[in-house]
Every structure is written in structure tokens, then in C-alpha cells.
Design a protein around this ligand. Structure first.
Ligand SMILES: C[S@@+](CC[C@H](N)C(=O)[O-])C[C@H]1O[C@@H](n2cnc3c(N)ncnc32)[C@H](O)[C@@H]1O
Length: 223
């Protein structure tokens, strides 16, 4: 009987149901990420510009979590050419620029509203990244036709019903292995035509992340 008890205890410990003292293991709280720690004075300058923007009026900008993911994806695929549709005052562009500082890449960002484009330019200057960002003013449905070079990352964050048109026009330029990242993909806001296009094409692989927020669609253009 004692041997059987010891065998059962051993099995429970091995399977993490009990700790060595025979108690259920203490579970720590969910692991939380910390605030971004800047690695260099240049990165700190971008973080400072973002923090200053967070003190002021919001202009439909991405959350810090969305921004950090954008930066991570951009840096990890060593992106050289990034195209953003929907600059607003430039927060997501600053997150992208944080990555592009490291990869040596460039961002082209489209904005229809002249006032927001002007504010974005000021923010880029403050953050020390205006050398790597080109703001293209005007209706992006027309201005995206300027792009002719391969794109590593296409970030969509403008008129939601326009995503399908941006995809049609720019997908041929997205490199195999490149990403199409779409903001506001939670079910309420996503355009079903766009959702169908990125989820039912055998050449694409899509995940919807950060659904507890605005939802970020991450689509890989397969090789
Ligand atoms: C959600 S905001 C972008 C937020 C920005 N990505 C950020 O996180 O800081 C959407 C922006 O898209 C712009 N926009 C809407 N339709 C557009 C179009 N057809 N062409 C270019 N920009 C457009 C709006 O003026 C607005 O500033």
C-alpha cells in the first residue's frame, strides 16, 4: 500500500500536479511584458517622441502593443521597404521607423489629410527619423500606383472598406516571404471581402492577433 502511494505521489510530481513537498505547485501570475527599454540614444529619441504624443490628443493611432508588434515583425524580417496606408499623426510610422533604423530600411506612408500629414512630419523630425520616412499626401487609392519596387511589409490602417483595393494594387509588389499587416481586424470592423481575400488564398497564410484590442491581421505571402 505504502509503495503504491509512493508510486502515485511520484507520478503526480513528475506530471507537475504536486511539488516535491506533496503540495499543488504555486502558479505565478500571468507573465507580463515590460515597457520598452531603449537600446540607444536614437531609439530613446523615438520613444520620447511617442510618449509626448501619448500626452496629447489621439488621432486613431495604434496602441503601444500593436506598435511594438509592428516593430518586432519589421525588424525580424529585416525589412528594407515598408509601405503604410494611413499615417495619421505618425505613431505607427514611428514604431516602424524604430525597426528600420536597425535594418537600414525605409518607410513610405500615405495620408489623405494634409493637417495630419503636417503633424506627422513634425513628429518624425522630433524623433530624428524624417530621413527614413517619406510621407505621400493624397488619396492612397490613387497614390499607391507610384510604387514599383518590391515591398517587404505592407501595413494597412486607413479606410477599412478600401483594404481590398490596396491589396489588389499592392499584393503583386509584396515580396514572397513578405507580410501584409492589417489593423482593425476585430470582427466588427473587418471588411468581409478583405477577410476572404487574405484567408482563402492558398498563396497566403493569415493569423489575426491581439484580438482583445483592435485586432491585427498578419498575412505571410508564401514563397
Ligand atoms: C486609423 S488612422 C491611422 C493611424 C496611424 N496608422 C497610427 O497608428 O498612427 C487612419 C488614417 O487614414 C487616413 N485615410 C483614410 N482614407 C485614406 C485614403 N483614401 N488615403 C490615404 N489616407 C487615408 C485618415 O485620414 C487617417 O488619418
Amino acid at each position: 500500500m505504502k509503495t503504491l502511494l509512493m508510486l502515485v505521489m511520484g507520478w503526480l510530481i513528475m506530471n507537475d500536479a504536486l511539488d516535491a513537498s506533496g503540495q499543488p505547485p504555486r502558479r505565478s501570475a500571468a507573465v507580463e511584458e515590460k515597457e520598452l527599454i531603449a537600446k540607444s540614444p536614437e531609439e530613446q529619441r523615438i520613444v520620447d517622441a511617442l510618449k509626448e504624443m501619448w500626452q496629447g490628443e489621439r488621432h486613431l493611432n495604434v496602441s503601444a502593443m500593436d506598435g511594438r508588434l509592428l516593430r518586432m515583425l519589421t525588424e525580424s524580417c529585416n525589412a528594407q521597404r515598408v509601405v503604410e496606408i494611413g499615417t495619421s499623426t505618425g505613431e505607427s510610422a514611428l514604431w516602424l521607423a524604430m525597426a528600420l533604423r536597425t535594418t537600414g530600411g525605409k518607410l513610405w506612408t500615405h495620408e489623405i489629410d494634409a493637417g495630419r500629414a503636417a503633424t506627422a512630419r513634425k513628429n518624425f523630425e522630433k524623433a530624428g527619423v524624417n530621413g527614413i520616412i517619406t510621407v505621400i499626401e493624397g488619396d492612397a487609392h490613387e497614390t499607391v500606383t507610384q510604387h514599383t519596387e518590391p515591398i517587404d511589409i505592407l501595413f494597412l490602417d486607413a479606410d477599412k472598406e478600401g483594404y481590398i483595393d490596396y491589396l489588389d494594387k499592392l499584393l503583386p509588389l509584396v515580396k514572397p516571404g513578405g507580410l501584409i499587416i492589417a489593423h482593425n481586424m476585430n470582427t466588427r470592423q473587418a471588411d468581409p471581402r478583405f477577410v476572404k481575400a487574405i484567408t482563402e488564398d492558398k498563396n497566403l497564410e493569415t493569423l489575426i492577433l491581439l484580438k482583445e484590442g483592435m485586432g491585427l491581421g498578419v498575412t505571410l505571402k508564401k514563397r
